[in-house]
Ligand binder design. Structure first.
Ligand code: CS2
Length: 502
C-alpha cells in the first residue's frame, strides 16, 4: 500500500527568519535589516532595478547606512509583489559569468507594494518626510511621452484619465505629481526624482512629463514642481534577462530553500548618476557608482552602443529564428554586422567619455553579449521598438546625416524592424509584436505585407517614430527599402552577406 499520509516535501521559503540557514556559499545582507528604515521609494519593481539599484543600495547598507532602505512599488502587475512579500522583500541575485554562478541574497528592498491595489498606502508613504528619493525604472513607455519630442503625450489615455481624476492616479506622472502635492500640502520638502530608464537625458524627460502634467492639473502646482524638484539623470548598465523556471530551480538548489522570483544578471554593472540631490542621497559613490555633473557622454555611449546593438541583433535574430543574444553572437554574420554598426554609425557620434575608451567598451560588449550563462531572449529585447529605435539608433543616424555621412547599418535595423512588424514569415514562423503602438503598426504591416516599398513608405509616415530628418532623407529611405525588399525576398543570411560585401 502506498503511504498516503506522507506530505510531499515543499522547500521552505526565503525570508528574514531563514537568512541564518543559508549555505555559507551564498552572500547575504551584511547588516541587521531590523535597523534599516526606508529612504527611497522605487517605482517599477522589475528585474532590472533589483539587479541594479537593489545591489548598490545593499552595498551602502552594508557600509553602515541605516536610513536608505527601499520600498518597491509596481504601478500595474502585482505578480512580483506577491512573490516578494512573503519573503520580507528578500530575493536572490543569480550572477552568471559563463559557467560560473554566484548567489547573493539582497536585503535592500524592505517592502513591496502595488500602486493599483494599495494606492492610499503608496501615496501616504511617498508623502513621508523620510522618503527623500523616488527612483524609477518603468521602461520607456511608462513616461507617457511622445518618443519623437520627449514631451508629455497629453492625449495618452492614462494621462487623460489621471487629469480627470488626479487624486486616484494610475500613470507615472500622475502618481509623482499627487505625491508631491501631498508633501507640499503637509509642508514636507519634495523628494528627488531619479530616473534609471534607457532614455537620453532621462532626468529631463522625467522633469518634462511631471511638470507638464502638474501644469495641466494646476498651473501653480506646475510652477512649484518646476522650481523646487530635482530630476537628476542617470545611466544604468547591467544585462538582466527575464527569470525562467529553470533559474528558479537553480536558485532553489543553491539556497536550499525557495525564492519565488530571483533575478539573473551578468557580472558587469555600471551606474553613472548626476549628483543633484537637495535632500541627500545614499553614498552610492562609495560602492562603485560614478557621481558626476554630466551623465550625457556615458549615457550616449551606453544607449547607442549597447542598446542600439541589442535592438539590431533582436530584430534580425527574430526574423532569422535565433532565440538569444548569445546565439546571435555565435552566428557567422551577425557579429560582423554589429561591428559595422558600431564602427560606421555609432562610435563616431559618441562624445569623449571620461576615463573610457569607447571602442574598447564595444569590444567588451561583444564579450558580454557572448556570455553563455545569460539567456537573453531576442524577442524580449524586440519589444517596444516604437520607443527604442529613436534614442538608440535614429538619433545617431540623424547626427551622421547632419555631417554629410550616410548611415550604413541603421537602415538595415530599421528594415528588420519593419519586417518584424509582419509578425511572421513565409516559412510559417510567427511571433508577437509587443509595443504600445502595436495595433497601429501591425495593421500597417498587414496591409502592405507583400509590398516592401509600400510598407516602408507607410511606416516612414508614422511621425511619432520617424522625425523628418529620417523620413525626409532619400538615401536613408532608399537603403532601408532595399534591405526590406531583400529581407522579405531572400531572408536574413543572404541580406547580411550582401550587406557585408565591402
Ligand atoms: C535591452 C536592455 O531589452 C532591451 O531593450 O537593450 O534591457 C538592456 O539589456 C539593458 O539596458 C542593459 O543595461
Amino acid at each position: 500500500m502506498p503511504d498516503t499520509t506522507r506530505k510531499p516535501t515543499v522547500a521552505k521559503r526565503l525570508g528574514n527568519a531563514r537568512l541564518a540557514k543559508l549555505p555559507a556559499t551564498v552572500a547575504r545582507p551584511a547588516y541587521d535589516r531590523k535597523t534599516v528604515t526606508a529612504g527611497i521609494v522605487h517605482l517599477g519593481l522589475g528585474a532590472f532595478s533589483r539587479a541594479h539599484l537593489g545591489v548598490y543600495t545593499d552595498d551602502v547598507l552594508a557600509q553602515g547606512a541605516t536610513d536608505w532602505g527601499v520600498v518597491g512599488v509596481n504601478l500595474r502587475s502585482p505578480d512580483v509583489i506577491d512573490a516578494l512579500k512573503p519573503q520580507d522583500g528578500l530575493y536572490t541575485l543569480l550572477c552568471r559569468d559563463g559557467g560560473v554562478d554566484t548567489l547573493r541574497v539582497i536585503g535592500a528592498f524592505l517592502d513591496a507594494m502595488s500602486a493599483s491595489d494599495q494606492l492610499d498606502d503608496v501615496l501616504t508613504l511617498m508623502a513621508k518626510p523620510e522618503i527623500r528619493i523616488v527612483t524609477i525604472t518603468v521602461t520607456e513607455k511608462g513616461y507617457c511621452h511622445d518618443p519623437a519630442t520627449g514631451s508629455l503625450n497629453e492625449a495618452h489615455p492614462m494621462v487623460q484619465a489621471d487629469l480627470a481624476n488626479p487624486t486616484r492616479p494610475r500613470s507615472l506622472p500622475g502618481l509623482i505629481v499627487e505625491a508631491l502635492r501631498l508633501r507640499r500640502e503637509a509642508g514636507v520638502p519634495p523628494f528627488t526624482v531619479l530616473s534609471c530608464d534607457n532614455l537620453p537625458d532621462n532626468g529631463k524627460v522625467a522633469r518634462r512629463v511631471v511638470t507638464r502634467f502638474a501644469e495641466l492639473r494646476d498651473p501653480d502646482l506646475g510652477r512649484f514642481i518646476g522650481e523646487t524638484v530635482a530630476f537628476p539623470s542617470s545611466m544604468v548598465d547591467r544585462i538582466t534577462p527575464a527569470t525562467r523556471d529553470i533559474d528558479r530551480a537553480a536558485v532553489r538548489a543553491g539556497l536550499g530553500m525557495t525564492d519565488a522570483w530571483p533575478v539573473v544578471s551578468e557580472p558587469f554593472r555600471q551606474w553613472v548618476i548626476e549628483d543633484r540631490f537637495p535632500t541627500g542621497r545614499p553614498a552610492w559613490d562609495k560602492v562603485g557608482a560614478i557621481l558626476t555633473d554630466d551623465v550625457r557622454p556615458f549615457e550616449t555611449m551606453k544607449l547607442r552602443c549597447l542598446n542600439g546593438a541589442h535592438s539590431t541583433l533582436a530584430y534580425l535574430s527574430v526574423l532569422a529564428g535565433i532565440e538569444t543574444v548569445a546565439d546571435a553572437m555565435a552566428d557567422p554574420l551577425l557579429p560582423k554586422v554589429i561591428r559595422h554598426l558600431w564602427d560606421d554609425d555609432l562610435i563616431p557620434t559618441v562624445p569623449p567619455v571620461p576615463g573610457t575608451d569607447v571602442a574598447a567598451y564595444t569590444r567588451a560588449l561583444e564579450a558580454r553579449f557572448r556570455n553563455p550563462g545569460i539567456r537573453h531572449l531576442t524577442l524580449q529585447i524586440s519589444s517596444d521598438g516604437s520607443q527604442k529605435l529613436g534614442p538608440r539608433l535614429l538619433a545617431p543616424a540623424i547626427e551622421r546625416i547632419a555631417v554629410g555621412k550616410a548611415p550604413r547599418a541603421v537602415p538595415l535595423t530599421v528594415a528588420a524592424w519593419m519586417a518584424f512588424l509582419r509578425q511572421g514569415d513565409d516559412k510559417g514562423r510567427n511571433w508577437l509584436v509587443v509595443d504600445p503602438m502595436a495595433a497601429r503598426l501591425t495593421a500597417i504591416a498587414k496591409r502592405h505585407a507583400d509590398d516592401p516599398a509600400a510598407l516602408a513608405d507607410a511606416l516612414f509616415a508614422v511621425s511619432d517614430i520617424f522625425p523628418v530628418a529620417i523620413s525626409g532623407n532619400a538615401p536613408f529611405r532608399k537603403a532601408t527599402t532595399q534591405h526590406l525588399r531583400s529581407l522579405l525576398a531572400r531572408g536574413v543570411p543572404a541580406t547580411l552577406s550582401a550587406f557585408l560585401v565591402p
